[in-house]
Design a protein around this ligand. Structure first.
Ligand SMILES: *Cc1c(COP(=O)(O)O)cnc(C)c1O
Length: 385
């Protein structure tokens, strides 16, 4: 762990010493295998799938340092990080507690795939720690949450999650994609494993799919062995792009934080908006926890407008700057209706139970000029009347 501030770490943490032939940027080692130099075990052979090329090593050290963890592992996608971590930590007969509102892919994996491995689950309400103990079983091995939920940006009692896991000797896992280590570092708060979809803010440029998991050397070592066999390894060129994207993480997050906070405030005051979900608004149920734990509130927000689904669609289509697309966390603003994209896999009943209405609009605030985004939103409001 280096003492540098995060703005410096994103640039230099994990660099090779000396630099490769003096190169200021880490070159791409586009080679599947490396010469044998007497490695003793299969996992130590140098091969892209074994996650140990120079491009992997630099990224591992940098991401571990950003999250103040001992070790990190990059993966071919956020879902590869999540599934590989869960399949490492859980065995047949085990049980996991998971937050009720999860990223769609994670939700499906927990509810549909884990069963095939003989692993059971229960959902918890992240803001009611007093209810968790009753769901604990002798074979409960892990508790899984997200820093902020999608698309309502709920903030679970994260400190209680880490404490509960320590007390019950189970593994606490958190998907920190929405916060990034700039806004929140879960390992410092006592979590055992921190996961990212690097597709989002860590890379930040909407041009690759990647994931990461950070934790102790021991846990990351075990997850690496699983990944070595499951094969969801990141290729060196994507490693290079991720490293490049991460260099601007701190400045990007500063702009995302500032801009989304202003936009959320604007929407909340707007007579045509009904409900705005952003953890930086005092009206948000997670506000006090967010203020205590996070350095910034991130670039994601969601809202409902007066009127029906058609009005929401009209509004989205009237926007000129945000692109209508799924995914999030890039430099360009993106807008979607979660009922048709991120949460289309859920039944309307399930969505309703979680509070996700069909007219809910989700905005991933990019780093365009905030004033331009505000003008764009205001003009689109006129399409409602
Ligand atoms: C996108 C996302 C994932 C999945 O990541 P991929 O890189 O698309 O596999 C997991 N968790 C969260 C919170 C996400 O936003």
């Amino acid at each position: 762990m280096s003492k540098d501030r995060i703005e410096t770490k994103v640039m230099h943490a994990g660099e090779t010493v000396p630099r490769v032939r003096g190169a200021v940027c880490m070159p791409v080692f586009q080679t599947a295998m490396f010469e044998y130099t007497g490695e003793k075990s299969y996992d130590d052979l140098r091969y892209i799938r074994l996650n140990n090329t120079p491009n992997h090593e630099v990224l591992h050290a940098r991401i571990a340092d950003l999250e103040n963890g001992e070790a990190a592992l990059v993966t071919a996608s956020g879902m590869a990080a999540i599934t590989t971590a869960l399949l490492t930590v859980l065995s047949a007969g085990d049980h996991i507690l998971a937050q009720s509102c999860l990223y769609g892919g994670t939700h499906d994996f927990v509810t549909r795939d884990l069963e095939k491995y003989g692993i059971s689950y229960d959902f918890i309400d992240g803001s009611r720690p007093e209810t968790w103990n009753d769901l604990l079983r002798p074979k409960t091995r892990a508790i899984y949450v997200e820093t902020m939920t999608n698309p309502l940006l709920e903030v679970a009692d994260l400190e209680a999650v880490a404490d509960f896991a320590r007390e019950k000797e189970i593994i606490s896992i958190i998907d920190n994609t929405f916060a990034t280590p700039v806004n929140f570092r879960p390992l410092e708060a006592g979590f055992d494993l921190c996961i990212h979809s690097c597709t989002k803010y860590l890379n930040g440029h909407s041009d690759i799919v990647a994931g990461a998991v950070i934790g102790t050397k021991q846990l990351i070592g075990k997850i690496t062995r699983t990944l070595n066999h499951l094969g969801g390894s990141l290729d060196p060129h994507a490693c290079f792009l991720l490293e490049r994207g991460m260099k601007t993480l701190a400045v990007r997050m500063r702009q995302h934080n500032e801009s989304a906070l202003r936009i959320a405030g604007f929407l909340e005051k707007h007579p045509l908006a009904e409900r705005v979900n952003y953890p930086g608004l005092p009206s948000h149920p997670g506000y006090s926890r967010a203020v205590k734990l996070f350095k910034g509130f991130g670039g994601m927000l969601s809202f409902e407008l007066k009127g029906d689904v058609e009005a929401a669609e009209r509004f989205i289509k009237a926007l000129k700057i945000p692109i209508i697309a799924p995914s999030l966390g890039g430099v360009e603003s993106l807008v979607t209706r979660p009922a048709t994209t991120s949460h289309a896999g859920m039944s309307p009943v399930e969505r309703k139970k979680l509070g996700i209405s069909d007219r809910l609009i989700r905005l991933s605030v990019g780093i365009e000029a905030t004033d331009d985004l505000l003008e764009d939103l205001e003009l689109a409001m006129h399409s409602l009347s």
